[in-house]
Ligand binder design. Sequence first.
Ligand SMILES: CC(C)(COP(=O)(O)OP(=O)(O)OC[C@H]1O[C@@H](n2cnc3c(N)ncnc32)[C@H](O)[C@@H]1OP(=O)(O)O)[C@@H](O)C(=O)NCCC(=O)NCCS
Length: 188
Amino acid sequence: MPEVEKNTPPRPYPSQYVRPWAAKNGDRVTIRPIRPNDEPLMVKFHETLSDRSVYLRYFSSLSLSRRVAHERLLNICLCDYDREMALVAERTDPTIGECQIMGVGRMSKLHSGNEAEVAVLVSDRFQKLGLGHELLRRVIEIAHDENLSSVSAEVLPDNIAMQVIVKHLGFRVRTSEDLSSVRAFLDL
Ligand SMILES: CC(C)(COP(=O)(O)OP(=O)(O)OC[C@H]1O[C@@H](n2cnc3c(N)ncnc32)[C@H](O)[C@@H]1OP(=O)(O)O)[C@@H](O)C(=O)NCCC(=O)NCCS
């Protein structure tokens, strides 16, 4: 008889990664792993993104309707924390008293299991406040805690901001032969 596969219980919410942070403009921010009920906030977050930011993150003009498709967001918000980690940065909008997501940092383990791909996306309104740098720094910290050996990111050659950030964080940067992309690597 075939052996019955044992289901491993899902990993509990990694609350050790919930921590405050202060933006350069003084905004008080909470950076925390994404939760299943973040879908409505993620829809609003995507509505704030410029075409340019979307292009720099996804390397194509992924439409808003595709970005906020329920299936897609469900996958992102119901994250298997053993396989990937999405951190959101949230603040309370003082004018309406509602929470809003300012940016997202992600780490997805590759098949090898001890390497991961990382990426960051900050809402246009909150760019240049140090958030992209802080989200990536925290994602790297988590990768380190999870005993990964390295992380890498794919960056478009004209994405100067991201190249500044990865260099600050100690990544090695390599441009592809056809100059179409830049790959950044960090050994942990
Ligand atoms: C790239 C991105 C994540 C940067 O986030 P951010 O919060 O605006 O960046 P930070 O405020 O943390 O800036 C970090 C550094 O980059 C520099 N920088 C930021 N934007 C810059 C720009 N447009 N040109 C040059 N330098 C820039 C900052 O001066 C800062 O350097 P410093 O620490 O020496 O002052 C953000 O612009 C973004 O989401 N872009 C669209 C998506 C994307 O490109 N994702 C990356 C693909 S993986």
